[in-house]
Design a protein around this ligand. Structure first.
Ligand SMILES: [Zn+2]
Length: 404
């Protein structure tokens, strides 16, 4: 038997299996139970979060020989054919390549006839926002007075491109990006079942790169297993994903917080020599500083990260000051665009990182405030402060202002 990609092998076969879309599943399942299924559904949301899968499940639920039921059997002819995309009464249409008025007219003509075998004639139109204006008009006529045996399920990543007249005739459901912690949990389950030993740290990398889309996450997992086998090290996974190793990013953040310019420059050289994308490095660093800032603020690290990473973040957050982290983040985040456009990305990145280190305040805010208080009270200053006030005219005049 040929290899079945993970995204297909693990495609949910029941509503209950749909990760992260519980709000949609509940409403649709209830509608089926109460026999209040709308004649047109619109599933919107980012790519790869389960819109088409949900559309097929709904089709099964409506046409299952043991249905209509919220728990289609998955075994009858209707169910298996829908899963395989070969059902005579369920048409899956790609809106991007069938976007003309003639395509919709054909649907309209066919919709008049009763289903050949099953309960309903179901049209699943993917990327429905790609239809032309004339095609939408033609579709509208059918949506206004649909024959009782016809159901439409539209899926789109860009609901704002649909005419209001269409929107108002559909029951709309918004699919969400799958929360990172939920996705990590699901990937752990799948790895276990597949006998793959991939560390949580590497799985978090997959979670981050897939940006909330389960299909992308599973494709990345395929990619890892294909190039590194079933028990890859973290470095191998990072290499396979073209990503920058997490340990490296953590090390960068640590060097920056500790103002270790030498180490920062060495690391940039290392990344540069390995031929990795420097813009990607800047993005990863900005994200790491964001995590650090969040950890500092909330007193706990983001839960989607692996446990070892959470520990490292907590420890580093204790060393850093809030003002310092804000500054580091500002400069690093601000340089992403420059690095991507620069004729010499390495120079742009190095200068930005050094600037970030130089500009981030050394003393903590409470410490600085205490110094100002002492100045205001006219108390004698410590060594460093005394040098500052005599050396800089600004310092003298501001303390004079305080006295006045
Ligand atoms: Zn069935």
């Amino acid at each position: 038997m040929s290899y079945l990609v993970l995204a297909r092998k693990w495609r949910p076969q029941k509503f209950d299996d749909m990760t992260g879309q519980e709000h949609v599943v509940r409403t649709v399942a209830n509608a089926i139970k109460m026999d209040r299924v709308a004649h047109a559904y619109l599933f919107c949301g980012p790519r790869g979060v389960g819109k088409t899968t949900a559309a097929r499940l709904l089709a099964k639920a409506l046409n299952c020989e043991k249905g209509p039921t919220a728990n289609p059997c998955g075994e009858c002819r209707a169910c298996t054919e829908i899963a395989a995309g070969t059902s005579v009464d369920v048409a899956e249409i790609d809106g991007a390549s069938n976007n003309g008025v003639e395509n919709v007219r054909e649907i309209r003509e066919n919709a008049k006839y009763l289903p050949q075998r099953d309960r309903h004639k179901i049209y699943i139109i993917d990327e429905v926002h790609m239809l032309s204006g004339a095609a939408f008009n033609a579709l509208l006529k059918t949506l206004e007075e649909p024959p009782g045996h016809v159901k439409f399920i539209f899926a789109t990543t860009e609901a704002h491109k649909l005419p209001d007249t269409i929107l108002s005739r559909c029951q709309r459901h918004n699919f969400r990006r799958i929360p990172a912690a939920r996705m990590l949990q699901r990937l752990q389950e799948i790895c276990k079942a597949e006998g793959a030993g991939i560390s949580d740290r590497s799985l978090s990398l997959v979670v981050r790169q897939s940006e909330g889309g389960m299909r992308d996450a599973l494709s990345l997992l395929d990619q890892i297993l294909a190039s590194c086998g079933a028990n890859p090290t973290d470095e191998e996974v990072a290499e396979a994903l073209g990503a920058i190793d997490r340990t490296m990013v953590q090390d960068f953040a640590e060097a920056m917080v500790r103002k270790d310019a030498k180490r920062v420059l060495e690391r940039v050289e290392e990344v540069f020599n390995r031929g990795l994308d420097l813009k990607r490095l800047a993005e990863e660093l900005a994200l790491q500083l964001r995590h650090l800032f969040v950890t500092k603020t909330l007193g706990q690290a983001p839960s989607e990260l692996a446990e070892s990473e959470q520990k490292a973040l907590l420890a580093l957050a204790k060393e850093a000051e809030t003002a310092q982290l804000t500054r580091l983040f500002d400069v690093v985040h601000g340089c992403i665009w420059d690095v991507s456009r620069a004729a010499q990305p390495r120079l742009a990145l190095e200068m930005a990182l050094l600037k970030a280190i130089q500009l981030s305040p050394g003393g903590s805010i409470p410490e600085l405030l205490a110094r100002v208080d002492r100045l205001a009270a006219g108390l004698p200053q410590g060594d460093g402060a005394a040098k500052n006030t005599t050396g800089a005219p600004g310092g003298r005049s501001s303390s004079a202002n305080f006295r006045a």
